[in-house]
Write a protein that binds this ligand. Structure first.
Ligand SMILES: Nc1ncnc2c1ncn2[C@@H]1O[C@H](COP(=O)(O)OP(=O)(O)OP(=O)(O)O)[C@@H](O)[C@H]1O
Length: 517
């Protein structure tokens, strides 16, 4: 497929807000796509190259673009681009910087001006097309004339949109029958939020009220003697967590997929600070942890089971899945009770907080496991308001923080473009509270690579890094464009590494504004 086709489609997508029109634009593209080009084309459309991160900084890409005169007429195909990107991602070692640059300049010289622009945005991850994934799923269903539910399910169960497009274009029948595959991760089911347990129960009806542990999400797969452990973003961390592998192997099953949380426990069984879990969980592969580190054991705790001994359970009600969990892993279950009574739920919440947990999860007992969806069947209730916001900029510190990048400019997502461009971010406040020396150091090392502007006092950053912020509330503001400002914002943790969250899943300006009421 000509690259120009894709670039035109991207322009058509940007020019409309109508979901129906977007779906049709994408369906048309997909109808003409060959399976071989599917993964590359989806990567270029979504701005998420299928080669993964190929180590191209913003400056390198812009520099190469500026060194290349644009072509007058389009000639590049999607496969041409893919080949060059494959080549670049394969480069390493001495001299690779020059070779990489030459390859980039060569590519840009073959591209027209609009194509260059598109490539820059795709390579630097500057395309804010999170919302596009859903539309692309719709478009695929339209192109293949399959029920949308089948396509959605295939995406969730295979954990890959690009892979699903390829499979669908190769064989629509195969797509319709995608099931769970043990050892292949599925997108995790997600929760919505309620202000208190009564409001949550009003949404779910009879519910399993469970402690919400503040660790890291894990998905554990076992097939016979083979075990794999995945993070929330489906990264494979098996080699770093031998104690979780051991637990999986000890269960009385042949094959299983478990969903849960891992945290580090103190000797008395109480959970340690989240930062501790992360430092152990996130330690680099192959590194030899210090003696003290090694003694801290990661404790897996499970709240769901998706498959056991050849049988998929995701379409069974939670009630049944919990019974299965109780049968196969009673010692590793997260505490909870089934109830309709807000008083009971409140008691469990109080117990959870007393035990050092974050709050409760309230889950409809009759619900199925809807992979990848943030729905009403799982509702979280946390007494401390935390929001996942995007770092839009950072100020140079002064006084004690001189030399560090310190005060953060925080933005909420504006999916519909109520206060600016659709899919953009609206600034809602600043904070340097909660930043440890370690985090200041990390910010100072990391942020310059994301900078798109620097006025000497503050850097403007590409809106990519998500940070979890605790607040006491919000107030009306005439200073910030969304009309709302955070009160007493402090940093809780960065959503990077194993707990990574993409910017297009950050909390919205609408969610913050709803707190004004
Ligand atoms: N009993 C439990 N059931 C489900 N999830 C739990 C439970 N205990 C802890 N969790 C964690 O809570 C998360 C559910 O909240 P949500 O789906 O909103 O994820 P999130 O966006 O990562 O939110 P958060 O930052 O609040 O954990 C899960 O991803 C999981 O890591």
């Amino acid at each position: 497929m000509p690259l120009a086709r894709l670039v035109d489609a991207a322009a058509a997508l940007a020019a409309t807000r109508s979901r129906t029109t977007k779906t049709e634009v994408l369906a048309e593209i997909l109808r003409d796509l060959s399976p071989d080009e599917a993964e590359a084309a989806v990567g270029l459309l979504l701005g998420r190259l299928h080669q993964g991160s190929i180590g191209l900084g913003y400056r390198t890409v812009l520099g190469a673009r500026d060194a290349a005169a644009p072509a007058d007429t389009p000639s590049l195909t999607v496969s041409d681009v893919d080949e060059v990107l494959d080549g670049i991602s394969g480069l390493g070692g001495a001299g690779s910087v020059g070779a990489r640059n030459d390859a980039l300049v060569g590519l840009f010289e073959r591209a027209t001006a609009p194509e260059q622009e598109h490539l820059v945005r795709a390579m630097t991850g500057e395309m804010r097309t999170g919302a596009l994934e859903g539309v692309l799923t719709d478009g695929l269903a339209r192109a293949l004339d399959l029920p949308l539910a089948d396509v959605r399910r295939a995406v969730m169960l295979s954990g890959s949109l690009a892979g699903t497009v390829k499979l669908g274009l190769t064989s629509p029948d195969a797509l319709a029958s995608v099931g769970l595959a043990v050892l292949t991760p599925v997108q995790p089911m997600l929760a919505s939020t309620a202000p208190d347990v009564a409001a949550a129960l009003a949404v779910t009806g009879e519910a399993s009220v469970e402690h919400k542990l503040d660790g890291a999400r894990i998905q554990v797969h076992r097939n016979g003697s083979e075990v794999r452990v995945f993070t929330r973003s489906l990264a494979d961390i098996t080699s770093r967590v031998p104690e979780i592998v051991e637990v999986a192997l000890s269960l009385p099953v042949e094959s299983v997929i478990l969903d849960g949380e891992t945290l580090m426990l103190d000797d008395d069984g109480s959970p340690r600070a989240f930062q501790d879990t992360m430092s152990r969980f996130g330690s680099t592969e192959g590194a030899n942890p210090a003696e003290a580190e090694r003694q801290r054991v990661l404790a897996p705790r499970f709240f769901d089971v998706l498959h056991v001994d050849g049988e998929d359970l995701i379409d069974r009600p939670l009630r049944e899945r919990l019974a299965t969990l109780e049968r196969i892993a009673p010692a590793y279950r997260i505490a909870g009770e089934v109830t309709t009574d807000p008083a009971v739920a409140q008691r469990i919440s109080t117990e959870a907080l007393a035990a050092g947990h974050e709050g409760v999860m309230i889950k409809a007992v009759d619900s199925t496991y809807t992979a990848g969806r943030r729905g009403k069947n799982w509702v979280k209730v946390k007494p401390v308001h935390t929001y996942d916001l995007v770092v839009l900029g950072v100020e140079r510190g002064s006084g004690r923080r001189k030399g560090w990048l310190s005060n953060l400019h925080l933005g909420a997502r504006d999916p519909e473009g109520e206060f600016g461009p659709a899919g953009g971010f609206v600034m809602v406040g600043k904070t340097f509270k909660g930043l440890t020396d370690e985090l200041l150091k990390w910010q100072t090392e990391t942020f310059p690579d994301l900078a798109v502007d620097d006025n000497g006092w503050a850097l403007t950053l590409r809106p990519e890094i998500v940070v979890e912020i605790a607040i006491d509330g919000v107030q009306r503001s005439s200073r910030y464009p969304g009309g709302v400002a955070l009160r007493f914002a402090r940093v809780k943790r960065y959503r990077v590494g194993v707990e990574a969250k993409p910017a297009d899943e950050a909390d919205t300006i609408q969610a913050l504004r709803s707190l004004l009421r």
